[in-house]
Design a protein around this ligand. Structure first.
Ligand code: A3P
Length: 284
């Protein structure tokens, strides 16, 4: 990595962050005062965060504010969040151990979206190539190596899921799967609305599904100008980098049989006791 590229990232608590998350902000997160009605939108990057954010914001229909990720920005971030008087939907890619403790103490609702990590690896590889805030990677095989080691921004996918899985049986945490959203979005929207306690009828749900389709979101984004407050990913402000393929199973176009074996080996070792891993859909 060149010296200039080295300046794009730093390590905090053993996890790689981009310099868009300042060390001072990360340190001050511990002091953040959550409110009972905050909703956390939690994900490892490339899991479908923007998609779920779109669904949630249509459900609230302007009765809540979608903030930028809690870990994005400098130390003034917490004051900015404190100034918002309305209900806050707060996205984050933070590992559960780094979450401000008041979220758990106040039993704030959290929705965690999971996606097949093979598809995440491919999506993140493209993100690394397109996103000027991330270091360059030479090739897909180099990237896959660092992904499996957890040497990428936001750390290891495996550790991230496992850290949040500890909250799987809390009533305040809902786990959703990208693949379920692809298969039956209305069902997932209903589940989210019940979890959040937001009233919606059948036609409202159909309308939300239409507005949050991949093609609709991609087209709308292409018409917009960049708005730094408009992404829910701490790694870019450019929404145009988000909507790539929106498919399940793209990993098959990228993994060699040997890479697949290597991935499965790490997966089976790391996720041996994970219930979330059992629910992941690799094929259909
Ligand atoms: P791909 O790179 O595989 O296309 P995040 O929002 O967490 O950064 O995740 C981005 C991934 O979600 C990208 O995956 C993107 O295309 C996909 N995505 C975004 N909106 C989507 C939608 N409405 N339907 C399906 N996939 C979507």
């Amino acid at each position: 990595m060149s010296q200039k590229e080295d300046e794009l990232i730093h390590t905090f608590n053993g996890i790689t962050f981009t310099t868009r998350s300042s060390p001072e902000l990360l340190k001050s997160l511990a002091t953040f005062e959550a409110r009972e009605d905050d909703v956390l939108l939690v994900s490892y990057p490339k899991s479908g965060t923007h998609w779920l954010a779109e669904v949630i914001m249509h459900l609230y229909d302007s009765r809540a504010a979608l903030t930028s990720p809690i870990e994005f920005g400098d130390v003034s971030k917490l004051d900015q969040l404190n100034c918002l008087s309305c209900k806050r939907i707060i996205p984050t890619h933070l590992d559960s151990n780094m979450l401000p403790p008041t979220f758990k103490l106040k039993q704030c609702k959290a929705i965690y979206i999971v996606r097949n990590p093979k598809d995440i690896a491919v999506s993140m590889y493209h993100y690394y190539r397109e996103n000027p805030n991330l270091p360059t990677v030479d090739s897909w095989s180099t990237f896959l190596d660092i992904f499996l080691k957890g040497d990428v921004v936001c750390g290891s996918w495996f550790d991230h899921v496992l850290s949040w899985e500890k909250h799987r049986n809390d009533n305040s945490t809902l786990f959703l799967f990208y693949e379920d959203m692809k298969r039956d979005l209305p069902k997932v929207v209903k589940k989210v609305s019940a979890f959040l306690g937001v009233n919606t009828n059948e036609s409202g749900i159909n309308e939300i599904c239409k507005k949050s389709s991949f093609s609709e979101m991609k087209t709308n984004t292409e018409k917009e100008n960049h708005d730094p407050n408009h992404t829910v990913c701490a790694l870019t402000s450019n929404r145009k980098l988000i909507f790539r393929k929106g498919a399940v199973g793209d990993w098959k176009n990228n993994f060699t049989p040997k890479q697949n074996r290597m991935f499965e080996e790490t997966f089976n070792k790391k996720m041996a006791f994970s219930e979330v891993a059992e629910h992941l859909v690799y094929e259909y």
